[in-house]
Design a binder for this molecule. Sequence first.
Ligand code: NAD
Length: 487
Amino acid sequence: MQTQLFIGGQFVPAANGETLASLNPHDNSVIAEVAMAGPADIDRAVAAAKAAFPKWSKLAAMERGRLLLKLADAIEANADRLARLESIDTGHPIRDTRNLDVPRTAATFRYFGGMADKFEGSVIPVEAGFLNYLTREPVGVVGQVVPWNFPLMFTSWKMAPALAAGNCVILKPAELTPLSSLAIAELMAEVGFPAGVVNILPGLGSVAGQSIAEHPEIGKVAFTGSTAVGRRIVQASSGNLKKVQLELGGKGANLVFGDADLDAVVQGSAFGIFHNQGQACIAASRMIVHEAVADELLEKFVALARSIKIGDPLDPSTEMGPLTSSQHRDRVLSYVDIAREQGGRVLTGGKTPDAAALASGCYVEPTIVAAKPEDRVSQEEVFGPFMTVATFRTDEEALAIANGTEYGLGAGLWTRDLQRAHLVARELHAGMVWVNCYKRVSPASPFGGVGASGYGREMGFEAMREYTQPKSVWVNVDAQIPAYFPR
Ligand code: NAD
């Protein structure tokens, strides 16, 4: 397992020798001591990336794509190792890291590997006599700061489009979960990415992350994380006016209309809120259900929540693992008290599991709380296996509740009425809407939010636009230039 910084194609210790323990959230045991980058290391990485940029950006797009495709193959060849590493570092159940995280990571590198030589410029129909064409040039050195909830997958979401477009990258994983991105660095070196094209530097957000956001020679910073830190990044980036892309928090509305297929709602919504222990920005954290079907739906939903098998992430039968850290577990549990103080009713969960075998881990039971739409638990991102439920009578009321937070990332709705589905999808304040499903993602489909959920989009052609700068070139083919100062 690699535990050092990856700079200029080499694994090296931090300049100041600092390390931080990475813990297994199942039992809080130490997995590894990992080097923690400081500003001097960020400087070294920027120098390596700058040196690599001229050659990398001029390499044939097909060749950049070929390396990304080779990386996707290498990820699949190392699937078991990567899945285990991700499970012990994050707490994701192994069934998910094997079946979702690793395949999705490979798929994203593969998608952008294929994209590299298909992302075209355009010719713009301006007045006769001129050829005006648009090319898209890489930004240069880009900084990428990612959170701990899907560390492996986010290496691909962030790095794949940036590299396909010809940028060089400095990626900082979250301090809690640095291991899978270092494993990816190892594979990148193996498949032949040139030194300096990718640099991976674990480190503290307030030190290494801040240094990336401020760095005068980094042309863009792409950030996934909390809205509070997103705001800090915007401020820190102002020195050199770097491009900023923000994927921030969410408070996903999940609207259930009276005509919905309730069994499908139960399964889709349970995936929406309990997959990855609810630690997803697009979690279905607010169920908003028509009062006519609320009792029937909740009876089924609570029964399913109580039956979820919680346990050691490495046990293949485990359906929900621990949260990523004990501090985060305590924060999530604190919202149970906050809910009760405002009159919320805990319908199930709201505590750590009773099983003695889980006592030293960061576990929280699947939690469902009936709460008013204006309560703190219905407004603030809890980022755990914690769902609020509120009821509505009319479609207008449902939409008002759904749109009644500062966030606008993902939202979903369940109905058999085609017209209502499209109408509500149009009116939802969100970057992504799911109809009769929840939390679907694909490397081909733009991902991101509005409002306090940030701006910019990952995935698809949108991501390639985010990682390039348009350049408009005017050529006089046979136009007569009118005399502006006739003499
Ligand atoms: P966080 O904002 O605390 O940390 C995210 C990353 O930012 C970490 O790598 C951290 O080290 C770094 N960081 C912290 N302070 C920094 C600073 N001052 N300057 C630069 N970097 C800094 O978030 P978290 O608690 O790790 O992750 C959970 C949050 O991420 C949730 O709010 C969640 O909704 C959000 N998230 C959003 C998306 C999305 O795509 N919209 C996806 C996943 C998670």
